[in-house]
Design a protein around this ligand. Sequence first.
Ligand code: CDP
Ligand code: MG
Length: 714
Amino acid sequence: MSPGVRHFERPQSIHGFDSAMGSGIIGIPRDGNLGKLNAERQHLPIFSARSALLEQIEKNDNVIVVAETGSGKTTQIPQYILESKLNKRLRIGVTQPRRVAAISVAERVAQEKSCEVGQLVGYSVRFQEKVCPATKIKYMTDGMLVREAILDKMLKAYSFIILDEVHERSLHTDIVMGIVYRAQQLRKCDGVAGPLKTVTMSATMDAEAFSNFWNGAPMLYVQGREHPVDYLFSAQKVNDYVLGCLSTCIQLHKECPLPEGILIFLTGQEEIEEAVASLRNAMKESNNNLKPAVVSPLYAALPDHMQREALKPAPPGKRKIVVATNVAEASLTIAGIKHVIDSGCAKIKEFEPRTGLETLAVRKISRAQCEQRAGRAGRLGPGSCRVMLTREEWTSQPALPEPELLRCNLAGVTLQLLAAEVPSLVSFRLVNAPPRAAVRSALRQLWLLDAVLLDDLRRCHGATLTPLGYHMSRFPLDPRFSKLLCDAAKQGCSADVITIVSLLSAEQLFTSRRINSGANGGGSANDDGDAVAARRAKFESVHGDLPTYLRVFGHYRSVLKNCKKNAFGNASSSPQHFCDEHGLSYRALSYAWEVRLQLRQLAESNDLWNNTNNGNEERLSQVLSEALFMNCAERQVDGSYAVVGTGETVRIHPSSVLFRRNPDCVLFVELVETSSKYMRHVTRIDRQLVEPKLSRIRQVIQATISSKRQQQPA
Ligand code: CDP
Ligand code: MG
């Protein structure tokens, strides 16, 4: 590592708020803890800007607030509005890009307001809601607000919408800005619903674009009180960033005094679980030569209570080490972090409109994201950030993240927007216009799924939702999965399909070999990967991954049932033990269990729950082929596969039960890119089943080619 380079530049103050302009006491402390919280509130950088902020919000319909993470934007601004004379009757909605942030921030603000979550302060995230008629501040994921707009496009329940973390440029944040803009305009014309005001909040990046979006809204820059962070680049190119992060972590753990917390940024669940297991192993094998530490994973597909675990302070006398995805990049407050180790990478979605295929790939992140990550180390006092990139690599990265809207599959949001009566993404007001090819590709995918009718397939004109499309829009899922659930109800296999969809949302069901034999609480040291793999093999279905997942879940469910019946049973019959024995991720299964319950409720309330044919593999194949036929691939003579229709070369992922079994024709759920493009969650399929759909795929390809030709200049 090179010596520390101090590196943080602060943007120019647009509206400086350096002097104290606070407006005095907030609430009356009722107990000691509340008094402490109030004192903390008054020490946040945003507090000095309170009255100036409220004045601007009163004068303007739209205001942009720019401040560094930790200034108090998310927790304080909604409370300032609530405590002021500005909010009389209605709700203040605060959007968040991530569910874990929405929940944890709502809990914090409820604490500050000395109420239970779900009373004055509540939240609404996918599959979970805690609000009541008295709720005045509602934190929600931006996807949830888009869904609310399906039922009420004027968003009449709200007098204020606070759009948070807009600088991340996540797809749903960009879309929700357009939705809120439309609601504001509609309410201006309506006159009855009263005005809708907005506050757009951003970390210190490119606020101009947001101001332009809101027709020149004033930008208020609040000076942060972040502590300096020493930025250390790698002296040489890092080939294996996971290894780099782990050895740096062990070194820091040896050198730094307790309890200075360490936060490591990696790219995904599998990597994180392996890293956590390796660190725990290292601690165990050191025979107390290493200081005590608690190592926690943190990623989106982790059950809520385990995510919260990672946010808590470490027990006294121990160091806290958190290994996270970019879930922890902003918005979350993780107690006690002093050092950040940044892989410099993230897993991102990339979409190719020509093929209609979306790929997950690990890519280097922008400098702004690196700075956000580094900023997590400067919350308590001076901190450090070690990044697995050389200074030259870092400098050559783009300054800002590319908006997700410009590089992902738009089928899901197009479906939601059509249901919310937005006829076209092209004429919809957005910070950046989405690529036309991606807009058309989304409509054609929805047409293939029978979710929309199109007057003109080539130009993608005149899209209208079909009744199926409307049903599909009720589910907060990828349209292919929504279609799966709708078709399953028709075919009588709702329970099977909901199980599959829930397990797919949990990402990694099988733990890898290293974890099986490692410190994940798994089998004993000698009882290594092979034995676990052999036990796991009994679940494997020659038909592929999805039927295998069903079998796993069936066994898991009976273990849970037995465990409940036998409340005094020993640990060896516990669900956790079952998972360890069979190399299954207990976390993934309990997450899927939660999702399944919610999805089932949603299906039942929409009359889409029918189980007359569960366990019928033929029906299941039929349903899968109806929704996933766009992801069908055939084996080639060289053993690789070609995606039917587009001809894209892909391979079966080594984690699949069909790896080396190489059936003639398969359906896959997603593509991941490493050395090649790999299909994940693969199921054997009879080519005959997808045959009737192929002529439609060909029609779409023809339409794509001819509309592309039309666009090219002569
Ligand atoms: O939104 P912004 O990053 O500007 O700050 P915030 O999320 O409102 O957090 C302000 C401060 O509240 C943090 O620096 C923490 O001290 C505290 N906080 C906390 O302790 N626990 C939470 N769950 C959220 C915030
Ligand atoms: Mg925030």
